[in-house]
Design a binder for this molecule. Structure first.
Ligand SMILES: [Zn+2]
Length: 833
C-alpha cells in the first residue's frame, strides 16, 4: 500500500503564500495570572491591573515578550520595581531578572475583539447590558497581557469590578463577592492550570439558577425574562455530566460548572474552563422544544471540559483533539440518551456536512501546519470528519478498549497539553495494536475512501461474489485499509461477514447457500467511507422496508428518490407515513420524494401532511413540496400549514419558503401578512424572507432590503442580507452590501460575504477584497477571500465564454464573406447586370 504522511496534502485549502506555522518559543513560562479588571459599560472601556508570575531557566537579566494587542499600557514593573519596557501594540517586552520574576502591568483598552459589549439597541430596546469575552483562538490578548498559546498552562485569577446590580462570572471558584459603594467586586480563582484562551469573563444583569449535583455546583446565568424557560435548554446538564464521568471513567474535573447565556455571541458556545458561554439563540419555548433541542450544544461544551480544558491540544494543528472529541462524544451522549437510530442519523449527517465542505470548498489533512489563521482550522474537517474518524477507531478497537484509551489519555495528560501522536501512543498502548496506518490514512492525509460495491450470486456454488472498488479521486490516498462488515439477508435469515479491504480492487466470495434478498454494507455505520452501490429498485425497496439498520435504510431512501419510479415512490410514501418509522428515516423519505418530483411523489407528500404529526418530519415534507412549482393543491396545502399557529415554528418557516418557490407572486400578500409572526429566533420571518427571495421581483426586494436595517434583530438581518445575493443586476443591492460590509454585527458581515458570493459581477470584488484584507475577524477574511476567488473564477469563465463567442461570431462573419466571395466568383457571367 502506498500511504505515508502528507502524501495527499489536499486541495484548495492553502493559498499559495501559506506556509507552516509553528508555536512561539519565548524561552519562559507563566505560573499564574492575576487580573483586576474594571468594566465601564457606558464607555465600553476597561482598565486592568495585571500580575504575571513567570518562570525562567536563566536567572540573569533578560527580556520577556508578552502578547498584548491594542492596549494603552500605562505602567510596567518587575518584582515591584520600575523596569525597562517597550510596547509596539502587539508585543510587550519587559526587562526582568531572576528565575521567578513577577511582571505587573497597568493598562486601559477599548477592545475591538476578545471582549464584547452589548446592550439595548433599536432592535432590542429592553435588552440588558452585557460584556463577554471570547478567547479562542488568540483574542484574549486584546483585553489582557498574556502568553497567548494553547501550549501554555497556568492558574488564573480574575477580580472583576462591575456596577452595582451586575454579576461577573469567570473561571473557577468564587472566593469573594462584595458590594463596595456603587460597585460590586467578583473575585474568581481558577486553581488548576488551564490554557490562556480559556480564561473568560461574562458580566451583565443575569438571573441565576443554581443546583448541586454530585458535589458539583451547577450554575445557569440567564438573561432577564427567560428564567422559566431555562429548564428546556439545560435540564439535561446533570445527565450529560453523569454520562461523561462514567463513559470516560474520569469524574468532572472541577468544582463548578456555569453556563452563561449571552446576546450576540459569535459562536454557538465556548467551553471556557468551568464557565461555558452560550448564545441566547439556544433559549426556546415549549412549542420550539418539539423541533429544537439545546442538548447537543450543552453536551458538546461539557465534553470540552474534559477534552479541550482538562487536556488541551498542544497547538492549533491538533485542534481535532478538542473539536472532534466534543462532536463525537456529543453523539455518544445521543446514543446513550436516545438510542442507536438517533446516533447513526447524527453520524450520517456529520458525514453529509464533511462531504459538503469536501465537495464545495476544499480537502485538507485533519492535522496540518499549513494555514494562515488558526481560526481556519475550525471547519468541517476538525469537527464532523474527525468525529467520523473517532467512530471508525471505536469500531476498530471496540467500545471497551476505546473507552479505556480515552480514560488513560485523560489521566496521563490531565491539566496538561497533548498532540495527536500522544493520543495515538496511548491508544496503541491500551489496545496492543499498531495504529500508524490508521492515523496516516485519516489524520495526516486529505480525503477519504470511496467504495463502490457490486454483487453477483452464483446459483451453482451458492456463493455471493462481492467486488469492491476504491474509486476515490486524486486528492485522496490511492488505496485505503478499510475493515467493513457486510450483512447478507436471505429468505432463511441473515449472516454477517467481516471483510478487510486493502487495495483498489478486491473480490470476496462468500458462502451464503441461497440467493440473497439484499445485502447491507456497513450496517452499523462503522467504516469511514463513502459507499456507492447500484441496485435495482426492488432491492432498495426491500432494504428500505425490511432492513433494521438506519444507515442502509437512509442509503435506500436516497437511491429511491433518485430513481423516482412508481414502485420507489410508493415505498417511500409508505415508509414516510407509517407511524412506527424513526423520524430520521421519515425525513429522508420526504426529501427523496421531493427529489423524485413526480405527480405520485407529490400525492404521497400531501397525504403525509394529513397523517404525520412529528414536527421534524412535517418540516421536511414542507421543504420537499417546494419542488412542485405552480401546483394549486400544493399551494393550498402549504398555505393551510403556514397559517396554522399550532404548527411548529420550523414547519411554518419551511412552508413559507416553499410557498414563495411554488406560488410566486400570488403568495406575496400571504407572506407579508405573517412575516412578523412571533417565533423561535424569528424563523418564520426568515422563512417569509426566503419565500420573497424566491419570488425575486422588485416588490419582494424592497421588503428584503427593509429587513436588513438595524431595527431588526441581527440574526434576521443576517438572513435578509444573505438573500440579497438572490437579486442580481441591481445597483442598490451592491450599494447596500457595501454599506453592510462595515456593519458592527459579525453575523451581518458573514452574510454580506455569502450574498456577494452569489452575485457574479465585478462590483462585488471590491467589497470582498476589502473585507478579506480588513475585517476584524479572521474567519470573515478567509470567507471573503474564498468568495472573491469564486466570483473571479466565474467571471473569467464568463469572459472566456464571451471571447469564445466573439471568436465564433468573427469566424461566422468571415465564413459568410468567403461564401459571398465564392458565390461572386462562381456567379455565371450571363446574369451580371
Ligand atoms: Zn467545540
Amino acid at each position: 500500500m502506498k500511504v505515508h504522511p502528507y502524501l495527499r496534502p489536499g486541495r484548495d485549502f492553502a493559498y499559495p503564500e501559506y506556509g507552516a506555522v509553528y508555536p512561539p518559543d519565548r524561552g519562559f513560562s507563566v505560573k499564574h495570572l492575576r487580573l483586576e479588571l474594571w468594566i465601564d459599560f457606558g464607555s465600553r472601556r476597561i482598565r486592568g491591573i495585571e500580575e504575571l508570575r513567570l518562570s525562567r531557566s536563566d536567572g540573569g537579566e533578560g527580556w520577556v515578550k508578552l502578547d498584548a494587542c491594542e492596549l494603552e499600557v500605562l505602567k510596567v514593573t518587575s518584582d515591584g520595581a520600575p523596569t525597562d519596557w517597550h510596547y509596539d501594540g502587539q508585543l510587550l517586552s519587559v526587562k526582568v531578572r531572576g528565575t521567578e520574576p513577577v511582571v505587573a502591568v497597568e493598562y486601559r483598552a477599548s477592545p475591538r475583539k476578545g471582549l464584547h459589549f452589548v446592550g439595548p439597541d433599536r432592535a432590542n430596546p429592553g435588552r440588558g447590558l452585557q460584556c463577554w469575552s471570547q478567547g479562542e483562538t488568540e483574542y484574549n490578548r486584546y483585553w489582557m497581557v498574556l502568553l497567548d498559546h494553547p501550549s501554555v498552562k497556568h492558574t488564573s485569577e480574575l477580580i472583576v469590578h462591575v456596577p452595582k446590580g451586575f454579576v461577573a462570572v469567570s473561571n473557577g471558584d468564587l472566593v469573594r463577592h462584595e458590594v463596595v459603594g456603587d460597585e460590586e467586586v467578583w473575585h474568581w480563582l481558577m486553581d488548576r492550570p488551564h490554557s490562556p484562551y480559556l480564561i473568560s469573563v461574562a458580566a451583565g444583569e443575569f438571573e441565576l439558577i443554581e443546583e448541586r449535583h454530585n458535589g458539583i455546583l451547577l450554575q445557569y446565568y440567564i438573561p432577564r425574562g427567560w428564567r422559566d424557560k431555562a429548564h428546556l435548554s439545560f435540564s439535561k446538564t446533570p445527565k450529560v455530566i453523569d454520562f461523561l464521568s462514567s463513559y470516560l471513567n474520569h469524574p468532572y474535573p472541577y468544582r463548578k460548572y456555569a453556563q452563561v447565556v449571552v446576546h450576540e455571541f459569535i459562536f454557538g458556545g465556548m467551553e471556557n474552563t468551568t464557565a461555558t458561554t452560550l448564545t441566547d439563540l439556544t433559549l426556546h419555548d415549549e412549542l420550539a422544544h418539539e423541533e429544537f433541542s439545546s442538548d447537543p450544544l450543552v453536551a458538546h461544551e461539557l465534553v470540552h471540559q474534559w477534552f479541550g480544558d482538562l487536556v488541551t491540544c498542544r497547538d492549533w494543528p491538533h485542534i481535532w483533539l478538542n473539536e472532534s472529541f466534543a462532536t463525537y462524544l456529543e453523539n455518544l451522549f445521543v446514543l446513550h440518551d436516545k438510542g442507536e437510530e438517533e446516533f447513526v442519523y447524527e453520524m450520517v449527517r456529520d458525514l453529509d456536512s464533511y462531504l459538503s465542505e469536501y465537495r464545495e470548498r476544499y480537502a485538507r489533512p485533519i492535522v496540518t501546519r499549513v494555514y494562515r489563521y488558526a481560526a481556519e482550522l475550525f471547519d468541517s474537517h476538525a469537527y464532523p470528519k474527525g468525529a467520523l474518524v473517532l467512530n471508525a477507531l471505536r469500531s476498530l478497537l471496540g467500545d471497551e478498549v476505546f473507552r479505556r484509551g480515552l480514560s488513560e489519555f485523560l489521566r496521563r495528560f490531565a491539566y496538561r497539553t497533548a498532540d495527536t501522536e500522544d493520543f495515538r501512543k496511548v491508544m496503541e498502548e491500551v489496545s496492543g495494536r499498531n495504529l500508524e496506518l490508521f492515523f496516516e490514512q485519516y489524520l495526516y492525509n486529505a480525503g477519504h475512501p470511496v467504495i463502490s460495491v457490486e454483487e453477483e450470486y452464483d446459483e451453482g456454488s451458492g456463493t455471493l461474489k462481492l467486488r469492491f472498488r476504491q474509486t476515490q479521486g486524486e486528492d485522496s490516498l490511492p488505496e485505503y485499509w478499510v475493515p467493513v462488515r457486510v450483512e447478507v439477508n436471505t429468505g432463511s435469515g441473515k449472516r454477517e461477514f467481516r471483510l478487510e479491504l486493502r487495495s483498489r480492487e478486491e473480490v470476496f466470495v462468500l458462502p451464503v447457500g441461497e440467493r440473497p434478498r439484499w445485502v447491507c454494507v456497513d450496517p452499523m455505520f462503522e467504516a469511514f467511507a463513502v459507499i456507492e452501490r447500484k441496485l435495482g429498485d426492488e432491492v432498495w425497496i426491500r432494504i428500505l422496508k425490511e432492513d433494521t439498520h438506519t444507515y442502509c435504510r437512509i442509503l435506500a431512501a436516497r437511491a429511491l428518490g433518485k430513481s423516482g419510479s412508481e414502485r420507489a415512490v410508493e415505498a417511500l410514501g409508505e415508509v414516510l407515513r407509517s407511524p412506527g418509522t424513526f423520524w430520521g428515516i421519515a425525513v429522508e423519505a420526504a426529501k427523496a420524494l421531493g427529489n423524485a418530483r413526480t405527480e405520485s411523489a407529490k400525492r404521497e407528500l400531501l397525504e403525509a401532511l394529513k397523517e404525520v404529526r412529528n414536527k421534524k418530519v412535517r418540516t421536511a415534507v414542507c421543504e420537499a413540496l417546494s419542488n412542485f412549482r405552480g401546483d394549486r393543491e400544493v399551494i393550498r396545502t402549504l398555505t393551510a400549514v403556514f397559517e396554522d399557529p399550532t404548527e411548529g415554528y420550523y414547519t411554518r418557516q419551511a412552508a413559507a419558503s416553499s410557498l414563495g418557490k411554488v406560488g410566486r407572486e400570488e403568495v406575496r400578500e400571504l407572506l407579508l401578512k405573517h412575516i412578523d409572526d412571533p417565533s423561535h429566533n424569528n424563523v418564520i420571518t426568515a422563512g417569509c424572507l426566503r419565500g420573497l427571495a424566491e419570488i425575486g421581483d422588485e416588490e419582494s426586494l424592497k421588503v428584503v432590503m427593509r429587513y436588513t436595517e438595524d431595527d431588526k434583530p441581527s440574526h434576521v438581518r443576517a438572513v435578509a442580507v444573505s438573500l440579497l445575493g438572490r437579486f442580481p443586476g441591481r445597483r442598490e443591492v451592491i450599494e447596500r452590501l457595501r454599506e453592510l460590509s462595515r456593519d458592527e454585527s459579525y453575523r451581518v458581515r458573514r452574510a454580506v460575504v455569502a450574498a456577494c458570493s452569489e452575485l457574479f459581477t465585478p462590483q462585488v470584488l471590491g467589497i470582498l477584497n476589502q473585507m478579506a484584507e480588513q475585517d476584524t475577524y479572521e474567519m470573515v477574511r478567509r470567507a471573503a477571500r474564498d468568495a472573491a476567488e469564486k466570483v473571479r473564477k466565474a467571471l473569467e469563465r464568463g469572459t472566456e465564454y464571451k471571447a469564445l463567442r466573439e471568436e465564433v461570431e468573427r469566424l461566422r462573419e468571415e465564413n459568410k464573406k468567403m461564401l459571398e466571395r465564392i458565390a461572386a466568383i462562381s456567379r455565371p457571367v450571363e446574369v451580371k447586370g
